[in-house]
Design a protein around this ligand. Structure first.
Ligand code: TMP
Length: 205
């Protein structure tokens, strides 16, 4: 069976992941690849339903519950969408994945990292992205970007100190896995960022 590619996009809220993932999808399609564009939490009916609960400010859930919900959504997503597509040789582009859990629930909310790693390996059956694009930027500048988007979710409402922790959490992970995680400056015009991403993905083709 041919193996495809699994590429994830990570970064603090407002870092432009969604815009870039669409540009990367077009880039792969133009090269003749079959692309699956998906997101976490989400990607299946059940996982999208979990997304509604976990992001809704109406439900002020704590870190443990939050963690289990993200992982439940991920188990469903990996099994039904990501793993089958990769096995069929497709390019799977995913907006957030395990690194978000390690950063938001682990390094930011303080859930024990060893526990998280064990539970995440259970949810993903050990699936690790081939490449992760980390879009990084100054937390204040990203907050300004987010403020133009309208309604905020439960995480976006946490404030600047939280977003700073998130930023540094991602940079910490990137230092630990420099081969997989590519850090790119997100505070540039969108086409420049995209060109930089393509440069880093080209060697995977
Ligand atoms: P999004 O707005 O980028 O789609 O992501 C939804 C929010 O969920 C975002 O603030 C980050 C958070 N999140 C976690 O806390 N843990 C996770 O495992 C994932 C996938 C997302």
């Amino acid at each position: 069976m041919t193996k495809g590619l699994f590429i994830t996009f990570e970064g603090p809220d407002g870092s432009g992941k969604t815009t870039q993932i669409h540009k990367v999808a077009e880039w792969f399609k133009n090269k003749g690849y079959e692309v699956v564009l998906t997101r976490e939490p989400g990607g299946t009916k059940a996982a999208e339903a979990i997304r509604q609960i976990v992001l809704d400010p109406k439900f002020p859930i704590k870190a443990e519950c939050e963690t289990l919900l993200y992982l439940a959504a991920r188990a469903e997503h990996v099994e039904k969408v990501i793993a089958p597509a990769v096995a069929q040789g497709k390019v799977v582009l995913c907006d957030r994945f395990s690194d978000s859990t390690f950063v938001y629930q682990g390094l930011t909310r303080g859930v024990d990292m060893d526990v998280l790693k064990t539970m995440n390996a259970f949810a993903t059956k050990g699936l690790i992205p081939d490449k992760t694009i980390l879009l990084d930027g100054d937390s204040k500048q990203l907050a300004v970007r987010r403020s133009t988007r309208g309604v905020e979710d439960r995480f976006e409402m946490e404030g600047l100190a939280f977003q700073e922790k998130v930023r540094h959490g991602f940079l910490t992970l990137a230092k630990l896995e420099p081969k997989r995680i590519v850090v790119l400056d997100a505070i540039r015009d969108q086409d420049t960022v995209a060109a930089d991403i393509f440069k880093h993905l080209e060697p995977l083709l």
